[in-house]
Design a protein around this ligand. Sequence first.
Ligand code: ATP
Ligand code: MN
Length: 461
Amino acid sequence: MKTKIVDLLQSKAFGTTVNVKGWVRTRRGNKAVNFVALNDGSTINNIQIVIDIEKFGEEYLKPITTGACINVTGLLVESQGQGQSAEIQAQEIEIYGTADPAVYPLQKKGHTLEFLREIAHLRPRTNTFGAIFRIRHHMAYAIHKFFNDKGFFYFHTPILTGSDAEGAGSMFQATTLNLNSLPKTEDGKIDYKEDFFGKMTNLTVSGQLEGELGAMALGEIYTFGPTFRAENSNTPRHLAEFWMIEPEMAFYEIKENMDLAEEFLQYLIKYALEHCKDDIDFLCNMYDKELVDRLNFVVSNKFVRLTYTEGVKILEASSKKFEYPVFWGADLQSEHERYLVEEHFKCPVILTDYPKEIKSFYMKQNNDNKTVRAMDVLFPKIGEIIGGSQREENYEKLMNRVNELDMKTETLWWYLETRKFGTAPHSGFGLGFERLILFITGMSNIRDVIPFPRTPNNAEF
Ligand code: ATP
Ligand code: MN
């Protein structure tokens, strides 16, 4: 029976026979004894396999090079070496798969993150990406745990959608029409009646609108799924396919919404510090010496809350030269968000009450007629990590905004009906999963925190 390396390294069952299977990180040694550092992905730490050369023969051991996969049975013994508790004295070694050093791209020497992106099929085998993807898993689990413990229900919203979540981003169209010979209506437009759903459909940019329908029945729900944005923004913080967590809560006003967002983020970071220590320490050492301090800081300090208007005043008063101009009404750029967080407050910030022109139609309108109850949570190194709002629950007010913006209501009628039948104050937000993982791993490019990133001109693997 195979044992995972993570368990063997904690085991004190010295003298028993164990079996491990994994990939060779390194092999070194002399004419008499070889040491293989073996990793099976269960932990960043390797177990040392001690091989008596005479027992197996030099020729047999030859293919055991970096990247090869082997199956080892042997005696678990207390390690003499420093920094490891247990090692294995090999009794049987089966070679599952070789990795010819002449062509295997992941040799022992360090590789750049850019190079590793080109070999995304192999990069999970590196220490760095093993650490990142284990953390990603633990965060996904912690998200479900957080909401489940609070009595929220996981509500599945569609990925194929006939509505466009009101311009959250440009969409990828989903069609089965033959692009080489499109059916046309009499006035020359594409005839979507012939398409699979009998209408135009797209991949979702957000589950929020459907999420609200869930909250208006189940009370507190969350979605956690893939979202797609065809924005041609080649930035270190945008993907064309990313995962989003969107809680939606009946009877929450903006204040409770902010409280939940803050509690949620602090819970997740704390969970990571407690459950992913080895991996975070590794990333901290390798890439970002301030990572652990930054995580601890965010967990133990209250987020600063202020309005967009106050934020803009601070930005206008600063002597910093920004690439994009700041004025009341401007959509804040990440340089502005990061100035507030990293230089002015030195603390995560929640900005509220944005000008209605730069926010979505569904946000609750304030009495000033100028701003809406939006909230963005801004983080060091990231900028916006969460975007949310209290929703407009008043049918007339919502319809006024819909008409002002000249929106078509035929794909939205079902959403608008929630305000007709048993409407209630409610709120929600969206957390970009990869932005969270960026923050927790200290990586600086979003392409490095998802196994197979999709960005403009890049859908390999
Ligand atoms: P940004 O201004 O950074 O482009 P946004 O305002 O378009 O983001 P929202 O529509 O508010 O984003 O989406 C909610 C959250 O989803 C954001 O706070 C962010 O964490 C994440 N997010 C948005 N767009 C992307 C993307 N293209 N790739 C990865 N995460 C994203
Ligand atoms: Mn936003």
